[in-house]
Design a protein around this ligand. Sequence first.
Ligand SMILES: N[C@@H](CCC(=O)N[C@@H](CS)C(=O)NCC(=O)O)C(=O)O
Length: 268
Amino acid sequence: MDSAGQAHAAQGAAADTALPGEVDRGSVEQHHRRVGWLRRRGAGQLSANTLYGTRDVLPHNIGLRIHAMLKIYHVRGTRSVRPIWLCYELDLPFEIEPIDFSAAFRNSAEWRAISPAGKVPAMTDGDMTMFESGAMVDYILERYGKGRLSPAPGTAESAIHHQWCWFSEATLVRPLGLNRLLKHKGESNESLAADAEEKARVCLEVVDQAVSDRDFLLGSQFGAADIMMGYSLALIASLKVLDDQYSNAQAYLERLKRRDACRRAMNA
Ligand SMILES: N[C@@H](CCC(=O)N[C@@H](CS)C(=O)NCC(=O)O)C(=O)O
């Protein structure tokens, strides 16, 4: 492992608890065989990725531990964009598993075993399987973020980070979800739809104000709350509710969309 890899591994080992994908002691020998095999084929610096296509190789006394790869079940343009965008920002290795968004597939026993409510996204990390995009973002930050893109837990800044993460999903886009459902069912209840849009507009005004004097939700530094909010705003923009009345929010969304990690996630 190169020196950067060793430093990374040491950090990971310190933070490590029980990891899925643990390798037993016998694998030390396999590891050396694999290094030799790659070197004979002209490989230079061997990172954990080159070796295993996984996140870290962690020296753990006499054995090796290998992180299993994060797998994100994805449909383009859906909320799976959030954890994917975060992985790109953090430069984490992960795997995208495209899935079929048809109702038939989402209702299938196969998909319900992974995502019990039939929603997208879902994510696995070794033996762990989870749903809810915001919870995935939290997990990735806690497990692999090494303090990046979120404030230290327990601080006032962290409280505000959580506030925006929850607001983006639980409050801002919620009324429009109802609106869509009604339209989808052909139950065009005009007053309910108008009420839902009005509720969303009140929330948009809050976001517009928040970014009127700053580049990102927490200030000048981009963070994971911007990923949560960025997806919600992109969704609302696609529904034509984010319009010119909210020029600060529009400019903020454009700023986010210029980020390479955002572009890659939106196009994944
Ligand atoms: N709060 C959930 C929402 C999940 C959700 O509604 N996903 C949409 C795609 S973005 C979906 O699966 N829709 C299909 C449906 O509701 O039937 C999350 O953030 O993961």
